[in-house]
Design a protein around this ligand. Structure first.
Ligand SMILES: NC(=O)c1ccc[n+]([C@@H]2O[C@H](COP(=O)([O-])OP(=O)(O)OC[C@H]3O[C@@H](n4cnc5c(N)ncnc54)[C@H](O)[C@@H]3O)[C@@H](O)[C@H]2O)c1
Length: 271
């Protein structure tokens, strides 16, 4: 299939989860290639910082990829500010780590909401206008965990296998309209998402490229599991006793607290 060519120079690129990590590095790389970048994130403060780092080629937007309403509002704002979206990078993701049988249902549901429904809503919000124009590209960020099973990551694995299948099928659905879909399957990347995890044991491990000071910026507490989505203006919740979702580094290295994780995700609906 030959798709219409899209020049990055002057293209409007929307990157989700662009407030930090891989998304932020992607937004920087797109801007360096001449694109105008919409830096969208649930964490607006992080998006503001990332967009300011890039400069006049970028603008920050609030987006919760889990809801279609948030997508519609964000896409409308981007189109009004920058013009029609030429490229969507569906990057926002979360990775709770837990023994499969211990993981609370709400954590798994939140993982699927962000990692799978985030991509579904995103494509449904952006693809119709691309199809109408006869061109566009959507890059969905899955993971090597979309192909390889990893102990302690069963639901994350499920979400990323789903992301691979979803993107492959969407690619077939959109091809005849000139809109291409690709799937990115990163290996291990040192970001907030993987903080506290023992990386580099057989997995190729990198830091986000073109991301100044990324190790420091993204791993303020590298020994601790700190992959929770941070929401603007919300204090860090107090630790709760009882069931925690420990990372593979063990409970002693820091526990995930399902209650606080869900409170943070839930409170995003009020943004
Ligand atoms: N880091 C890795 O080793 C690795 C490997 C393979 C795949 N990935 C995938 O790459 C993507 C980015 O990961 P990262 O390591 O940069 O993570 P990160 O935690 O550093 O950054 C993720 C960003 O997504 C945002 N986000 C979370 N939930 C959101 C929501 N509901 N709506 C909008 N934004 C939201 C967060 O605020 C954060 O800024 C994810 O999809 C992840 O699964 C990461």
């Amino acid at each position: 299939m030959k798709y219409p060519e899209i020049s990055l120079v002057g293209a409007v690129v929307l990157v989700t989860g662009a407030g930090r990590g891989i998304g932020r590095a992607t937004a920087q790389a797109m801007a360096a290639g001449g694109a105008r970048v919409a830096v969208a994130d649930l964490d607006r403060a992080a998006a503001d910082v990332a967009a300011a780092e890039i400069g006049s080629a970028a603008r920050a937007y609030t987006l919760d990829v889990r809801t279609r309403a948030s997508w519609d509002a964000c896409v409308a704002a981007v189109v009004a500010d920058l013009g029609p979206i030429d490229v969507l990078v569906g990057n926002a993701g979360v990775m709770p780590v837990a023994p499969f049988l211990d993981e609370p249902d709400e954590i798994g549901e939140a993982t699927l909401d962000v990692n799978v429904w985030g991509l579904i809503h995103g494509m449904r919000a952006v693809a119709p206008a691309m199809i109408e124009r006869g061109f566009g590209h959507i890059a969905n960020v899955a993971s090597l965990a979309g192909k390889i099973a990893i102990p302690g990551l069963a639901v994350y694995n499920a979400s990323k296998f789903a992301a691979v299948g979803l993107s492959s099928a969407a690619r077939l659905a959109f091809a005849e309209h000139g809109v291409s879909v690709s799937t990115v399957l990163p290996s291990a990347v040192r970001t907030t998402l993987t903080s506290g995890l023992p990386l580099g044991k057989g997995l190729p491990t990198v830091a986000p490229r073109g991301h100044r000071g990324s190790r420091r910026a993204d791993l303020p507490h590298p020994a601790r599991r700190d992959a929770r989505t941070r929401l603007p203006g919300r204090p860090r919740p107090r630790a709760r006793r009882g069931a925690g979702v420990a990372g593979p580094t063990g409970a002693a290295r820091g526990r995930r607290r399902p209650g606080s994780y869900l409170r943070r995700l839930g409170s995003a609906r009020r943004l």
